[in-house]
Design a protein around this ligand. Structure first.
Ligand code: GLU
Ligand code: MG
Length: 474
């Protein structure tokens, strides 16, 4: 529930000066030299596939110039991998032929565990001629960002990460669903949990700082063994990159303690799940649109029009925010996962929560609470940006904000968001806003990934589905 502010704390690592495109060999050589001096010896490059899994290749630092130019090979079949690694034979990418090249974005390269000699960079995929791959998720987010910039609009985004930390002890026989043990004890938001896990939290903060990932808050969350990290806001592409890097660092630090972590939407059926809430602020021509206006809670007319578009498109955006069949078990009322197609001022049960500006001067922003961490952050943010751009050009009327618990409003309750991946996926399939923004190849193949996930889930009973992809490492 932490709100990003615009202030970024100072970090030990100075981000690399943006490199010009096309890359100048001498600048890449300088970058390699400065990385080597910092202790980097090898580089990992990731992309996040259609199912939301970060996939990786690594190479020695000396090859950075070659790899930045040529990329490393990655078969298109990687986008047919389900969250458990299985490949649905009906997926259009479930084929052995073709190849792509994954290129690291050197502007986004950061140290990742310097003591072990690693750097990390997000990548984008191209063909052998150097043309962008139309189904690349980060490339889509970049395109959506460029379209918003062309409208002179700016979105700043930040993610919250919730995760559960457990011991590595095997679940007791016959009790796989509820039998895991939290590694960090203490109550919800409890200072006792912080003290119990102080070495862990310190190690995590140090890992984030060494990587130059600015963070705003860490705290014990409500659930058993659950923690939360709020990342500092940034431009949407960097915000998605930061989410990927921070998750990998959390996993790394957790493993160092001999534990395992879960980012799964639901870890135990009857408890709260893990959210991946997204915060967005919006301005146009340098003026904020969700504050300083005459509308409800200070909304400007164009800001209200964009909020109306986001509300209208929420069902279609849902499979990008909540992509697993399991995601929909988290979306019950009273679990703070905000499963209503409504907005509210500071209302934590509406899918869109407006946090207005106030006397403290913090900028107004929107929180999309419904999202979970199975989401591919590039697809989710790209989709949100596309709807924002659409709402600026075709403002939609905005209903009144919902006050109080939507579940308690009886007949006056706002609509529930789709209650299953199947229902959400139908809304995604028919959204011309998203289809136009994603392009035919990306839209149709993401849709096929949603259908493959539905087929995968149909073969598992609900508890198997929950247990199967619960832990990182699995
Ligand atoms: N854990 C809740 C979720 O699943 C969110 C709790 C909160 O409000 O931060 O999204
Ligand atoms: Mg939280």
């Amino acid at each position: 529930m932490q709100e990003p502010s615009d202030a970024e704390p100072a970090m030990a690592w100075e981000p690399i000066t943006p490199l010009p495109h096309p890359l100048e060999p001498s600048m890449v050589a300088d970058l390699v030299a400065s990385l080597a001096t910092a202790g980097v010896r090898r580089v990992a490059v990731t992309f996040v596939n259609h199912a939301g899994s970060p996939l990786v290749k690594t190479f020695p630092l000396e090859r950075l110039a070659v790899v930045a130019h040529q990329g490393v090979g990655f078969s298109p079949v990687a986008d047919a991998f389900a969250v458990d690694g299985s490949v649905d034979p009906l997926h259009p990418f479930a084929r052995p032929d073709g190849d792509l090249r994954l290129r690291p974005d050197l502007q986004a390269l950061i140290p990742f565990d310097l003591a072990a000699g690693w750097a990390w960079a997000p990548g984008e995929r191209f063909d052998r001629e150097g043309c962008p791959y139309a189904a690349d998720q980060r490339g889509f987010c970049r395109r959506a960002l460029a379209e918003l910039t062309a409208l002179k609009a700016e979105v700043v985004a930040g993610f919250e990460i919730e995760w559960v930390v457990a011991t590595a002890a095997a679940e007791p026989e016959g009790d796989a669903v509820a039998g895991w043990q939290p590694a960090l004890l203490g109550g919800p938001y409890g200072a006792d949990r912080l003290v119990d896990g102080l070495d862990y939290v310190s190690a995590l903060a140090e890992a984030l700082e060494a990587a130059g990932l600015p963070w705003l808050q860490i705290h014990p969350e409500y659930g058993l063994g659950q923690m939360e990290l709020s990342l500092a806001p940034a431009d949407p592409l960097s915000a998605a990159d930061r989410l990927v890097a921070a998750r990998l660092l959390i996993q790394r630090v957790t493993a160092r303690f001999g534990w395992r972590c879960s980012f799964s939407p639901l870890v135990t059926p009857d408890r709260v799940g893990n959210g991946g809430h997204v915060h967005l602020s919006l301005s146009r021509d340098g003026l904020p649109l969700w504050q300083g206006g005459d509308g409800v809670a200070g909304l400007t007319a164009p800001g209200a029009g964009v909020l109306g578009a986001l509300l209208e498109q929420l069902p279609a955006l849902l499979p990008l925010a909540c992509p697993l069949a399991l995601s929909y078990r988290r979306l019950g009322p009273g679990r703070w996962s905000a499963p209503f197609q409504a907005w509210g001022v500071e209302n934590r049960e509406t899918a869109l929560r407006l946090i207005p500006t106030a006397g403290d001067g913090a900028p107004a922003h929107l929180e999309l609470k419904v999202a979970d961490l199975a989401a591919n952050p590039y697809l989710l943010l790209g989709g949100l940006l596309a709807v924002v751009a659409d709402g600026l050009q075709r403002p939609r009327p905005l209903a009144a904000p919902v006050q109080g618990d939507p579940a308690a409003l009886g007949v006056a309750a706002p609509p529930r968001l789709p209650a299953s991946l199947e229902e959400a996926s139908r809304a995604f399939a028919t959204s011309s806003v998203l289809r136009d923004a994603l392009g035919d190849l990306l839209h149709s193949t993401v849709l096929e990934t949603q259908r493959a996930e539905q087929r995968r889930a149909a073969h598992l009973d609900p508890d198997q589905l929950l247990v199967q992809s619960r832990w990182s490492p699995g």
